[in-house]
Design a binder for this molecule. Sequence first.
Ligand code: KG4
Length: 330
Amino acid sequence: MKKDIITLGIESSCDETSVAVVKNGREILANIIDTQIPIHEKYGGVVPEIASRNHIEAISRVTKKALEEANISFEDIDAITPTYGPGLVGALLVGLSYAKALSFAINKPLVGINHIEGHIAANYITHKDLKPPFLCVMMSGGNTQLIHVKDYTEFEVLGKTRDDAIGEAFDKVARVVGLGYPGGPKVDKMALNGDQNAIELPRTHFDNLDFSFSGIKTAVINLHHKNPEINKEDLCASFEKAVTEMLMENTKKALKQIKVDTIALAGGVSANCFIRKEFLDLEEQGIKVYMPDLKLCTDNAAMIASAGYYNFINGKKSSLDLNAIPNLKL
Ligand code: KG4
């Protein structure tokens, strides 16, 4: 009988210290997420140095908890799979250094994982039937990309943002209208009671599959500065409608270009209620739409362990001199 493969995912690219144990890339045995949101909230955003210090404080404890919850020992692990980029360099170095030390100490292979690949893999955990090829609509705090997932470890970026990531735009809008950090979920909630057609906002289009979110972000800032009494619910709802239209337009073009009929959403912004609903509506046009469970949309180590599994079984192995790469590309 084929032996189960156990990967230990380690994630510390931003403000969550997370360690997970995943079986065969698809089944979570433990996924511990120690969030720093309450720590960074008072600064209105993530303070990189504070994030690194808190990762250091948390990493051993979170790892111990993950092993206990999964009811395994170090001996049962087949590969240690930490995120090595993209992300905040100091934060990445904590998880990566811990993983390298562990790999050396317990003599288990190290497989460095691209955080973006992890977000894609969150879908494999939620949907046991999902297999490449498909189109991934990646929308997170640091990235907005349309990715042709040709195979589990083979990707082609078809289009990407030329300036801000969509999550940055959500966070900025939230900050401007006084909703605080992290902004995305707060804009999401506020938009539920707003009129999406109340405020006209600009949309950016390119001939290719690229995006731009800085124009709409600036438009919202200007509107609010000119009229601080502007209805916040309407502003959030109109903003969501505009960014979703931009996402949908390029998604439809990309589906035609690569001739696939399956979409998977990924990244923190894919937790957004309106975006999820609009994408699900595409199913009426015969397109299969997958999205991660809400708790797997934002940063977590289970998705990293899942991507780790596919990289490991494809023969990828990292050496102990692997460094953190803050602007790592897919
Ligand atoms: O994927 P993620 O956890 O971190 C990165 O890898 O970048 O994404 C974080 C982003 C933040 O900008 C956050 O505001 C946004 O995802 N976000 C949301 C929602 N939940 C998280 N944006 C819109 N609606 C949400 N419900």
